[in-house]
Design a protein around this ligand. Structure first.
Ligand code: AP5
Length: 217
């Protein structure tokens, strides 16, 4: 299955993408993770995107598209994938369609996790991440067993630098500016399914699996 998960910052894209990739044995491709890894490694890509991410702005389309297509090509298209955090602009969506159509491997489904502003803000400000396995905890909804420590890796959890109050505000503003055009692109082609991102993560997951069944995916 080839799937796109859209939604504002904090909608739960990463959380659902991880669950889906495990359950369906498909690849999880997250542009945020690709860029964070590059920043950590101080690679040429990391140096290009670090400042932009810290400000909560979007990485230029050309850089993002190349990063994703590099990943898709090196991953098996046959096995399938879930895209998390990409596309984020209409330009990215059109480029992705063109590239996948050329490979005769179009996306099967686009899901939008519609999420209220209040929920997004609460999730992002209380998110804590394991720097080793990347698991996303939430201080209230998904707390670790031992405060500040990853249940599996036993290392200290971190607060993502772009989860500071001012940067969260900026990321949500940027999302509002870009998302309508992007969603309309998929709506016009009747490829968009909407699911409430405000539900708890198991309920979202159940709703998603129901949709896959209905669509025989
Ligand atoms: P990215 O990492 O993609 O950030 P984002 O889109 O802002 O999304 P988040 O990762 O913050 O949220 P999420 O929806 O994955 O939620 P999560 O599952 O973690 O991108 C970071 C930056 O990279 C961008 O700002 C930009 O600069 C750049 N970038 C990336 N892609 C780009 C692109 N295509 N174009 C240009 N620039 C790009 O959940 C959040 C919290 O809530 C967690 O604590 C989790 O445990 C909890 N939670 C999740 N679901 C639920 C639930 N249902 N109920 C209760 N709690 C929940």
């Amino acid at each position: 299955m080839k799937l796109i998960l859209l939604g504002p910052p904090g909608a739960g894209k990463g959380t659902q993408a991880k669950m889906l990739s495990q359950r369906l044995a498909i690849f999880h491709i997250s542009t945020g993770d690709i860029f964070r890894e590059a920043v950590q490694e101080n690679s040429p890509l990391g140096l290009k995107v670090k400042g932009v991410m810290e400000k909560g702005e979007l990485v230029p389309d050309k850089i993002v598209i190349k990063a994703v297509m590099d990943k898709i090509e090196t991953h098996s298209l046959k096995k399938g994938f879930v895209l998390d955090g990409f596309p984020r602009t209409k330009i990215q969506a059109v480029e992705l369609d063109n590239a996948l159509n050329e490979l005769d491997a179009p996306v099967d489904l686009v899901i939008y996790l519609r999420t209220s502003l209040k929920v997004s803000i609460s999730r992002l400000s209380k998110r804590r991440v394991c720097p080793k396995c990347g698991f996303n905890y939430h201080l209230i909804n998904i707390p670790p067993k031992e405060e500040g420590i990853c249940d599996r890796c036993k290392v200290s959890l971190i607060h993502r630098p772009d989860d500071k109050e001012e940067t969260i505000k900026k990321r949500l503003e940027v999302d509002l500016q870009e998302s309508e055009e992007l969603l309309n692109y998929y709506r016009e082609e009747q490829r968009l399914e909407e699911v409430s991102g405000d539900l708890d993560s198991d309920e979202v997951f159940e709703t998603l699996t129901k949709i896959f069944k209905e669509k025989k995916l």
